[in-house]
Ligand binder design. Structure first.
Ligand code: UD1
Ligand code: CA
Length: 461
């Protein structure tokens, strides 16, 4: 017998009104990914024939920009309830395949639980993923008669006795396409919210005498949904706790685990020391013997062995070589590459630049669109003037150049190796051979002028 194909339907068209946010609920970020990406990744790992995402028009517009999402987007124009959302999707699935429904706001549902559900389908017409919770409030309760599932009752509609039931519904089920379409055609809005509840398919499936089975999630976390900001932050905490535990077991020293966030992935070597308030985002790779100081943020970057990132440094899309000292208080971004033994200090911003080895830029500089050779010293307050109001231009500085403090380099410009630029110079022309570059400036004097209170101007208010 050939294997029955599977289509996964993800419901993500709810108003998300409890989030009180202008942004679609499923696009809120959890552990560095959108809530929807968590569910989509799980769905993809099941290797279904296709994935149908039920969304709003707004969500469709945002998702359509990202062509990497391999899903069919169907729009539910009016949010009439979860049952209606599946009805909208049902136009895109066929009778003889299995349909698995996932809710877009439940990011922890695991592939293992879904596979268990798929197995259970072989012996049933409808299998429901359920959990047993100490506090079942807010969830649909599983109603049984003589131990057989007969229906699901939403919290809003449940009486006091039903509210005591701890067996709750996750929103995830599996059924054959033809059966599902038939049950969906029977559900109505006879409930307190006057919504078309997906859960009502259970009632009709039972009435027809179908076999209904339940499968329990592997852990209680899987059933956690995100309906408001409080739940979003509670789930973030769970993710962070797990990641922090894994990092520490792998030998990373976190000086203050409760104030560290990994909002992506970290690959690391040995002897990593991370101080309080550090955030790592996207894909971060750290070599051996790396120190990261208080309050630093590192995004999609690679830091090689024996480098030290001092306090309050922001690094985005940057490659840092070995034995570098970076910070405190500096901002490196946009594909900047720092070779071995570079020193970058306080209040320095570098973007789109390559800095060769042993170069020092230690105070108050802006370096943009530049190629800076090795053993260059950029004095305090020196900047590349890379933008003329229309376009960005390049600054190229050869090896061993000494740039005096407070120098302005008007790009495009190229400075020969071994050149010395005097402090306070505005460099406007290329320097082809090693020399001393300076501007003719005169120091003037006003004779017999003394800064006494007599002739000092009044300080303006
Ligand atoms: C739902 C279940 C409940 C279950 C709980 C698990 C129903 C009626 N109830 O309740 O039994 O215990 O999930 O978390 O299904 N959505 C649409 N279109 C709509 C309405 C909702 O696409 O018209 C989507 C939402 O975006 C969301 C999902 O369906 O991703 C669930 O909707 P939500 O309103 O959050 O249902 P719950 O009240 O959590
Ligand atoms: Ca929900």
């Amino acid at each position: 017998m050939s294997k029955t194909e599977t289509t996964i339907v993800i419901l993500a068209a709810g108003k998300g009104s409890r989030m009180k946010s202008n942004y679609p609920k499923v696009l809120h970020v959890l552990g560095g990914k959108t809530i929807l990406e968590h569910v989509l990744n799980t769905a993809k790992s099941i290797k279904p024939k296709k994935i149908i995402l039920v969304c709003t028009n707004d969500l469709k517009k945002i998702l359509s920009i990202n062509k990497n999402i391999p899903v069919e987007l169907v729009v539910q124009k009016q949010q009439k309830g979860t049952g209606d959302a599946i009805i909208v999707a049902s136009k895109n699935f066929s009778d003889n395949e299995n349909i698995i429904v996932l809710y877009g706001d439940m990011p922890f549902i695991s592939d293992k639980s879904i596979k268990k559900l798929q197995k259970s389908k072989k012996k049933s017409n409808l299998s429901l993923l359920i959990s047993n919770l100490k506090n079942p409030d807010g969830y649909g309760r599983i109603l049984r008669k003589n131990n057989k599932v007969i229906s699901i009752i939403e919290t809003k509609c449940a009486n006091n006795k039903e509210k005591l039931i701890k067996e709750v519904y996750s929103g995830t089920f599996i059924a054959n396409g033809k059966d599902l379409k038939r049950w969906l055609s029977k559900i109505n809005t006879n409930n307190i919210s006057q919504e078309i509840y997906a859960t009502d398919i259970v009632y009709w499936a039972n009435l027809e005498g179908n076999i209904i089975k339940t499968v329990e999630t592997l852990n209680h976390k899987e059933i956690l949904g995100i309906n408001n900001q409080l739940q979003l932050s509670a789930l973030e905490k769970i993710i962070q706790k797990e990641r922090i535990k894994n990092l520490m077991i792998a030998g990373v020293m976190l000086k203050d685990p409760s104030h560290f966030n990994l909002r992506g992935t970290l690959k690391h070597g040995k002897n990593i020391e991370i101080d309080t308030g550090v955030i790592l985002e996207g894909n971060v790779i750290l070599g051996n013997n790396i120190k990261i100081g208080v309050g630093s943020v590192i995004k999609n970057s690679f830091i090689n062995n024996n480098s030290c990132i001092k306090e309050y440094t922001i690094i985005e899309n940057v490659k840092i070589g070995k034995n570098c000292i970076i910070g405190p208080f500096c901002h490196l971004k946009n594909n900047t590459i720092l070779k071995n033994e570079t020193h970058i200090g306080n209040f320095v911003e570098i973007k789109d630049s390559i800095i060769e080895k042993k170069t020092k830029i230690k105070h108050l500089s802006y370096i943009g669109n530049s190629e800076i050779g090795s053993k260059v010293n950029i004095g305090a307050g020196s900047i590349t003037c890379n933008y003329d109001g229309f376009k960005k231009s390049k600054t190229i500085i050869g090896d061993n150049v000494f740039v005096g403090s407070n120098t302005e380099l008007i790009a495009p410009i190229e400075i020969s190796k071994n050149t010395t630029i005097a402090a306070g110079t505005t460099v406007i022309k290329n320097v082809d051979k090693p020399c001393l570059v300076y501007n003719n400036k005169e120091q003037k004097y006003k004779k017999n002028w003394i800064n006494s209170s007599k002739n000092a101007k009044k300080t303006p208010n």
